[in-house]
Design a protein around this ligand. Structure first.
Ligand code: UD1
Length: 418
């Protein structure tokens, strides 16, 4: 499974180049199957989740070439409606293939998805939306079997702005006749990127990023190669900000759209870091121990991202004072807490609320990454701890961080992989 060995230190300095967004790349890769043609996609991150998505596409008859962040994908050869079960169980976002494959073939067979174990992750909103758009869905031996009865357009009110459900509905509705309106959709920048990609393909989607998405459905005749560049990863950037905030540092974070992660930068500004932006580069400087933040509550965008909760907790574990961190998006996303406690963090949890009393310094320990972002939090904790730490189960971390060791070494972290 692999481990990271990290030697704690007192300061960080250097440049980090942020890669393409995992959560934008995955649905965009899924949506390439809607229309069989060639796609050139830039800024695709080199991470395990993307490799798994490539494997799903190639197993289904598509071809994929990938080098230096550029993927050349040809989906003309798609020859099945069955999404390979073994890989789907590894990555949750493979469920978005449902809408895309249904649109292309009229049928789909897909296993319940995998991904991080961060509590109940139902897909009822995905299924409700697809059913409203004319799909019949049954469960057979743990598989979801879908068939288009009569593709229609409609109005869908999401009870919760689910990212995945919004994407699945978009990917099916774009090819249906008529106008589909999604009320209360997810507003994440990755949804806007998916809309932009679909429009470059020739579909007609508007409103992403607001409270209403409007899709004018159409069948596409276009066969030209689609070229598109994916947005950069705000959570990867936020993770390096958390690392910088946890000790003395001056880090230049390049290739990032600051407006996508204002809630993260303002949190660290409140904590006492200096954050400046010059020509697409964010500079974070921190010359003393940060102050605890009164309260952070995770929420759907533009609220504070749940994908940053663990990393913020790691930095607050060494802040001056007491921070309250509340997780409202997922019901079981504190699995990093016992591991941080092994490193001397003073954290108490009551349900979905964590009370973090900062200590001067954490101590080294052998800990387990339980999920992707929780694993990144342990890396942040270890890089400032006294002594040498070992983080096991790093396959979780590799699902979402591109060239992690290389990028960390560039800012002065002493890290190796065994
Ligand atoms: C996506 C992101 C993930 C991020 C999450 C929330 C990708 C690949 N993953 O995950 O990194 O943490 O958004 O920002 O983009 N829910 C239901 N029913 C549904 C769907 C969701 O109850 O049908 C609930 C979930 O259990 C969860 C909450 O809604 O409690 C948020 O889920 P959702 O927004 O769908 O997250 P994902 O798309 O799975």
């Amino acid at each position: 499974m692999g481990s990271f060995i990290i030697e704690g230190r007192n300061s960080l300095e250097g440049i980090v180049n942020i890669g393409g967004s995992k959560n934008a790349a995955l649905p965009i890769l899924a949506s390439t199957v809607i229309v069989g043609r060639e796609y050139i996609l830039e800024n695709i991150p080199e991470i395990e989740d993307v490799k798994d998505m490539f494997e799903i596409l190639t197993t289904m008859g598509c071809s994929v070439q990938y080098e230096n962040g550029i993927a050349l994908i040809d989906t003309r050869g798609l020859n099945t409606h069955i999404v390979p079960e073994k890989i789907v169980r590894k990555i949750r976002s493979s469920i978005i293939l449902m809408g895309a494959v249904l649109q292309r073939t009229g049928r789909v067979e897909v296993a319940y998805p995998g991904g991080c174990e961060i509590g109940l992750r139902p897909i009822d909103l995905h299924l409700k939306g697809l059913k409203k758009l004319g799909v019949e869905i049954n469960e057979k031996n743990g598989l979801l079997v879908g068939k288009v009865k009569e593709a229609v357009s409609c109005e869908i009110h999401l009870d919760y702005p689910s990212v995945g459900a919004t994407e699945n509905i978009m990917l099916f509705a774009v090819g249906n006749p008529g106008r589909t309106i999604i009320y209360n959709p997810a507003r994440e920048p990755e949804i806007v990127d998916l809309q932009n990609f679909l429009n470059v393909c020739g579909f007609s989607v508007s409103g992403a990023g607001t409270g209403v998405i409007i899709i004018e459905g159409k069948k596409l005749e276009e066969k030209d190669t689609v070229e598109y560049k994916i947005i950069s990863d705000r959570i990867e950037a936020g993770t390096y900000l958390s690392a910088a905030a946890s000790m003395k540092s001056k880090i230049y974070i390049k290739n990032i759209e600051k407006s996508h992660f204002k809630s993260i930068t303002s949190l660290y500004e409140d904590a006492g870091c200096e954050i400046r932006e010059t020509h697409g580069t964010i500079v974070i400087s921190n010359d003393r121990r940060i102050k605890a933040v009164e309260k952070v509550t995770t929420q759907p965008y533009p609220g504070f991202p749940t994908d940053m909760q663990a990393q913020v907790m790691a930095s607050m574990a060494v802040a001056d004072g007491i921070s309250i961190i509340e997780e409202t998006v997922f019901d079981s996303r504190f699995k990093h807490v016992p591991e941080l406690q092994k490193m001397g963090a003073n954290i108490t949890t009551i349900g979905r609320v964590a009370v973090v009393e900062g200590v001067e310094k954490l101590s080294s320990a052998e800990v387990e990454a339980k999920d992707l972002r929780g694993g990144a939090a342990l890396v942040i904790a270890a890089m400032g701890a006294d002594g040498i730490s070992k983080i096991n189960n790093i396959h979780h971390i590799k699902r979402g961080y591109e060239k992690f060791i290389y990028k960390l070494q560039n800012i002065g972290v002493i890290i190796t992989e065994t």
